[in-house]
Design a protein around this ligand. Structure first.
Ligand SMILES: NC(=O)C1=CN([C@@H]2O[C@H](COP(=O)(O)OP(=O)(O)OC[C@H]3O[C@@H](n4cnc5c(N)ncnc54)[C@H](OP(=O)(O)O)[C@@H]3O)[C@@H](O)[C@H]2O)C=CC1
Ligand SMILES: [Mg+2]
Length: 431
């Protein structure tokens, strides 16, 4: 069900000449300004259910904050355990609902609810898929992967110092709808997120009803927990569509640097495509931020590569790694990934004229220290085993606007990256 609009759209777009920009489904855009008589749902049924859970979780975290940082840390430990069977011992508002007992959501209905909440906001930015089709035909539908640092609510409101972003643009009840709208617009088969601090109360319940299976791994000492009224720790989340993939194995990895445990994490999962029976590994990470930490990031990257070597049995299983690496392409950690024996390439380089250059930015914001425009987010893939069939272009400087990100139009300081992958033909031994 979740697939039909895009399948229809991509079927129509197949008729475009190769190299032409492909447009996403027109029905997925918010109108420029809603007509006065625009129908609005009498009650936003799907979002309302989630808001109730969100309120309960927030009141819990308020209590935690008022009792000091120690309690916030306790909340962190509690939230960490919720992905396990121990969840049943915890209060109802913290427990992931069992997807088996939740009714499926019609994505169009959820999109309409999001649009109703956002009716006073400016329209979504137009972004097009760029067709990168190689000569290799593929008999199976592509695998659409989205990489996105969605901006933790607690960091956006309490730590990031986005001095040009109005506080109203950060209100969670609206910002979450912009995030959901972006996900619903591109309908990824796999969703790799960083800075998720609303997993249990928002993304897990909603996305599971859209057919996704989710996994969350919070940072052990999330900086969100230092923010008053936080909603728990932030971390990485990985979602995949259950009707397309079967989970073969899953690893939550706490990254090390020079053998020491760090505050950064990754999730790596081996999935099997139900259509083709082929397996691949998908990983998501968020490396240490800030200047001065380049060697630390490099060590974390080496640790992640080592883990992925083991998981892919020495590169026998094709690999996709999504992440906010907090590192420009000039940094050592980028070079480790580019030259690894896992034979990885960075997908967004393919949008450049020579196929060798990363985009000029994936994040753009204004802090008290000034303007920060950097390329930090990447989708790495096994270059001999996978083809990138298309990639979503980035926002232009004009679209981003003089106040940069986040804004009333776009919910995060990082842009989402979206690629369609297909397997190359028989590649055993070439990975
Ligand atoms: N590491 C540890 O063992 C311990 C950590 N802590 C707490 O953890 C926090 C540090 O966590 P750590 O994971 O290392 O954090 P990071 O340095 O990785 O940064 C955390 C977040 O801050 C954002 N960020 C980056 N640059 C800036 C900036 N200039 N101003 C504001 N925010 C920025 C990053 O966003 P983006 O990626 O989008 O740039 C990132 O999500 C501290 O607040 C500390 O209280 C406490 C005890 C121990
Ligand atoms: Mg951030």
């Amino acid at each position: 069900m979740f697939h039909s609009p895009r399948r229809l759209c991509s079927a129509l777009l197949q008729r475009d000449a190769p190299g032409l920009r492909r447009l996403p489904a027109p029905g997925l855009r918010r109108p420029l300004s809603p007509p006065a008589s625009a129908p609005r749902p009498a009650s936003p049924r799907l979002l309302a259910a989630v808001s109730a859970a969100s309120g309960a979780a927030r009141s819990c975290s308020r209590t935690a904050c008022s009792m000091g940082t120690g309690t916030s840390r306790l909340y962190s430990a509690l939230a960490k355990t919720l992905n396990s069977s121990a969840a049943s011992q915890h209060p109802e508002y913290l427990v992931s609902p069992d997807p088996e007992h939740l009714e499926p959501i019609d994505p169009k209905e959820l999109l309409e609810e999001c649009r109703a909440v956002l009716h006073t906001r400016p329209p979504r930015f137009q972004r097009d898929f760029v067709d990168l089709r190689t000569d290799c035909p593929s008999t199976h539908p592509p695998i659409r992967v989205m990489q996105w640092n969605i901006l933790a609510q607690a960091l956006g409101e309490g730590k990031d110092n986005f001095v040009q972003c109005p506080v109203e643009a950060l209100k969670w009840e609206e910002r979450k709808c912009l995030i959901l709208e972006e996900i619903l617009a591109y309908q990824p088969d796999i969703l790799c997120l960083q800075e998720v601090d609303h997993y249990f109360d928002t993304f897990q319940p909603l996305l599971s009803r859209l057919g996704y299976q989710g996994t969350f791994f919070p940072k052990p000492w999330s900086p969100c927990l230092d923010v008053e009224h936080n909603n728990g720790p932030d971390g990485c989340a990985l979602f995949f569509l259950q009707n397309r993939f079967k989970l073969v194995n899953s690893a939550n990895i706490r990254l090390t640097a020079m053998t020491l445990k760090t505050n950064q994490v990754a999730i790596a999962q081996t999935l099997e495509c139900k259509e083709s029976g082929r397996q691949f590994c998908i990983a998501v990470t968020h490396l240490k931020a800030r200047t001065g930490w380049e060697r630390f990031r490099s060590a974390q990257g080496c640790d992640l590569l080592q883990n992925l070597q083991n998981i892919t049995q020495g590169a026998k299983i094709p690999l996709i790694v999504c992440g906010d690496f907090n590192a420009e392409p000039t940094e050592e950690v980028y070079k480790h990934f580019a030259s690894s024996s896992l034979n990885l390439n960075s997908a967004y380089k393919l949008l450049s004229a020579d196929g060798q250059s990363e985009p000029p930015y994936t994040t753009w914001k204004i802090r008290t220290s000034g303007e920060c425009r950097h390329t930090l987010d990447y989708i790495w893939y096994s270059k001999h085993a996978l083809n990138v069939r298309s990639a979503l272009d980035l926002l232009t400087e004009e679209q981003i606007g003089p106040n940069r990100l986040p804004s009333f139009n776009y919910p995060s300081d990082h842009l989402s990256l979206v690629c369609d992958f297909s397997f190359t033909e028989e590649t055993d031994g070439l990975l």
